[in-house]
Design a binder for this molecule. Structure first.
Ligand code: C2E
Ligand code: MG
Ligand code: MG
Length: 419
């Protein structure tokens, strides 16, 4: 965008067509704004700026400046096809109505310009001799861009298919494993653990969920995978049942939006508990706010049914989503889990510390336990404890570890005042 604006801007400036040169300058500035946003890691903002800015630019340019004559057809509107193809690719993780709404908007504008070649009268259209060169440049750029987008989409979906196949094979060959990260209370006792998924791949090594959960969600594979996590966690609780310490622990598992949306999610959980012969209150399901936003009423109904069986419900990554008090009050949660973004900033960022304090107060006001995750420093732990936090999880107390290491850790823990 920067290069295109600069190139055409110089060209029109040399030709003495100032209005067009100014438009190209605006395009260049837009390009700069997009680059700055991307460098600041505000990728979504950068994408929206780029697409909406380019759309407005192409439409105005097509209507006012690139006006069809008997000799030379209009060509700027062809960029709307590139925008549509790019939007289809770039916005693939957005909600379908947004993604296809945007693509539809660009294609509709293309149709309008193709069907109505005349421009808005009274403006300085670009001269035909300039547009004669422009049409070649524009057409070649459009065709090359479309080829690049097609190539990107193809290689992306090939990689996606390969990953999906690898995940399916991994489940069939039992290459998924649960790691356990200890959760402690204010006295330092291990009172529970979060089960975190790992994929032991012969080629890739130990793969963290960040590298495959999104793909598993996109392909629906998270459903069988989530069932495996649920069944494995319940079996683990059963194996620990007779142990004096392990038998007292609470085990948390993560549940994705797609899982909760299944009409038979509640019976699935109850059956897994029944099969393993364990009580509901030993299991905690961690949900994120996005899970709840999809269809609040049905989510709340399922949560109530789970609570009726004693199952604990935790709101994961709390503070990063959209929950309002109105939402929170409706949900039968037993725990709020403060996201590690706020914990990390406690010592350095007064805003993060103030948010952490407010989240703790909110939990207290709602009568819900609050756990903080991502605690790495003793000072973070002390701050949270002094402000009413009752449960703690983070590298300071133990990283996610293999089952045997976790069992050894619990065994080796000094007797608590309650023992
Ligand atoms: P989460 O549920 O918020 O889990 C906490 C993540 O923070 C874990 O990353 C954990 O290893 C990491 N963590 C814990 N303490 C610290 C700390 O002190 N410092 C830092 N920097 N990180 C810490 P992990 O295991 O890579 O999991 C990432 C995410 O993947 C999880 O976030 C969860 O959303 C998802 N996930 C993991 N297992 C499952 C699963 O079985 N099902 C589903 N649907 N999602 C899962
Ligand atoms: Mg979690
Ligand atoms: Mg979390």
């Amino acid at each position: 965008m920067l290069a295109l604006g600069l190139g055409w801007g110089m060209f029109f400036l040399l030709k003495g067509v100032r209005l067009v040169a100014l438009c190209e300058l605006a395009l260049m500035l837009l390009g700069a704004a997009v680059v700055v946003s991307a460098l600041r890691e505000r990728i979504r903002l950068a994408a929206w700026l780029a697409f909406i800015g380019l759309f407005v630019f192409v439409c105005l340019f097509s209507a006012l400046l690139d006006v069809q004559t008997a000799q030379i057809p209009r060509s700027t509107h062809l960029f709307l096809l590139v925008l549509a193809a790019c939007a289809h690719y770039v916005f693939r993780s957005e909600a379908p109505w947004l993604r296809y709404g945007l693509v539809g908007l660009f294609l509709a504008a293309f149709v309008v310009f193709a069907a109505m070649p005349q421009g808005i009268p009274g403006h300085d259209a670009i001269a035909d001799d300039v547009r004669r060169i422009g049409i070649w440049v524009n057409l070649l750029t459009v065709v090359a861009s479309l080829l690049v987008v097609l190539h990107l989409q193809e290689s992306d979906s090939a990689a996606h298919r390969a990953l999906h196949r690898a995940l399916r094979d991994a489940l069939a060959s039992r290459r998924f494993v649960l790691f356990y990260q200890p959760q402690r209370d204010a006295q330092g006792r291990i009172v529970g653990a979060e089960a975190l998924l790992r994929w032991r791949d012969p080629k890739r090594g130990l793969v963290a969920p960040g590298d495959f959960i999104q793909a598993a969600e996109d392909t629906g594979f998270i459903l069988p995978l989530g069932q495996w996590v649920l069944a494995t966690a319940c079996q683990q609780l059963r194996q620990w049942r007779a142990h004096p310490r392990l038998g007292q622990l609470q085990l948390s598992i993560n549940v994705s939006a797609l899982q909760l949306r299944q009409p038979d999610f509640v019976p699935q959980v109850l059956t897994a508990l029944q099969h393993a012969g364990i009580e509901g209150h030993r299991l905690t399901l961690e949900l994120t706010e996005s899970v709840l936003l999809d269809d609040l009423q049905s989510a709340v109904a399922k949560m109530r049914a789970l609570r009726a069986a004693g199952i604990q419900l935790s709101l994961d990554d709390f503070g990063t989503g959209y929950s309002s008090l109105a939402y929170l009050r409706q949900m039968p949660l037993t725990e709020l889990k403060i996201d590690r973004a706020f914990v990390a900033g406690i010592e350095t960022d007064p805003h993060a510390a103030s948010i952490a304090r407010n989240l703790l107060r909110l939990g207290h006001d709602l009568g819900i336990d609050v756990i903080a995750e991502g605690i790495e420093e003793h000072a973070q732990y002390a701050y949270l404890r002094d402000h009413g936090c009752t449960r703690f999880q983070g590298y300071l107390f133990g990283r996610p570890m293999e089952r045997t290491d976790f069992e050894a850790l619990v065994d080796a823990a000094p007797p608590s005042p309650m023992d």
